[in-house]
Design a protein around this ligand. Structure first.
Ligand code: NHR
Ligand code: GAR
Length: 208
């Protein structure tokens, strides 16, 4: 059973989305709180932010595990100890096995740097530039075993400029991630997502 107010955030890097979520949770007085941040990389900048803000942290190096299943099993145990209402992938770079997803089914959420179903997987900004699309963006989705194909909770669109490079485009998309991810995480944590196949309705805060 989920505990109802612990959010666990998984990161691999800088953690700017973690910060955006944490800031929103504090500023808006969410009933849920970020209880723990778990990184598969010791050097992840997001760990420093978490420590500086009194959030529990753990590092689980996937290279120390004998295989993917073993890493996922240990990660699942660590997460389950918090009985989380939401498990947030915020720039987490390891694909999670079907067994892992099943264990936290309906509580896993990810932000992906493209307008899904376009450009699932890695290297999205380079691929968007190479494909010549005029619009790009970010997607928040529930995580299923089918990589980057879970039910879509929120999306935001940005223009692609003629003189864009990967870095400029990524920065424009990241700004939108920070805008759409926190309210989606909040809605999940507060039980305000209604999922019907691949379609998700977010029940507004007031009319719960
Ligand atoms: N797991 C499942 N089951 N489903 C999803 O939708 C997932 C997921 C795990 C992560 C984030 C995702 C993204 O937003 C995500 C969604 C990593 C890879 C990847 O190929 C792909 C997609 C995403 C994250 N990772 C390599 C791997 O072998 C490692 C890459 C690295 O370490 O730099 O796992 O894009
Ligand atoms: C974000 O752009 C996120 O969408 C992306 O990594 C960045 C993490 O930034 N995620 C993926 O590419 C997942 N494969 P952050 O660490 O500053 O939140």
């Amino acid at each position: 059973m989920p505990n109802s107010d612990n959010i666990v955030v998984l990161i691999s890097g800088r953690g700017s989305n973690l910060q955006a979520i944490h800031r929103a949770a504090v500023a808006e007085g969410w009933s849920a709180r970020i209880a723990a941040v778990i990184s598969n990389r010791e050097a992840a900048g997001g760990l420093d932010y978490a420590r500086a803000h009194g959030i529990d942290t753990a590092v689980l190096d996937h290279r120390a595990a004998p295989n993917r299943e073993a890493f996922d099993a240990e990660l699942a145990e660590r997460i389950a100890a918090w009985r989380p209402c939401a498990v947030v992938l915020a720039g987490f770079m390891r694909v999670l096995s079907a067994g892992f997803v099943r264990r936290f089914d309906g509580r896993l959420i990810n932000v992906h740097p493209s307008l899904l179903p376009a450009f699932p997987g890695l290297g999205t900004h380079r691929r968007a530039l190479d494909a010549g699309v005029k619009w790009h963006g970010a997607t928040v989705h529930l995580v299923t075993a089918d990589l980057d194909h879970g039910p879509i909770v929120a999306q935001a669109v940005v223009p692609v400029h003629d003189d864009d490079d990967e870095a400029r485009l990524a920065a424009r998309v990241l700004e939108q991630e920070h805008r759409i991810f926190p309210p989606a995480v909040r809605a999940l944590a507060e039980g305000r997502l209604r999922v019907d196949g691949l379609r998700v309705r977010v029940v507004p805060e007031a009319t719960r």
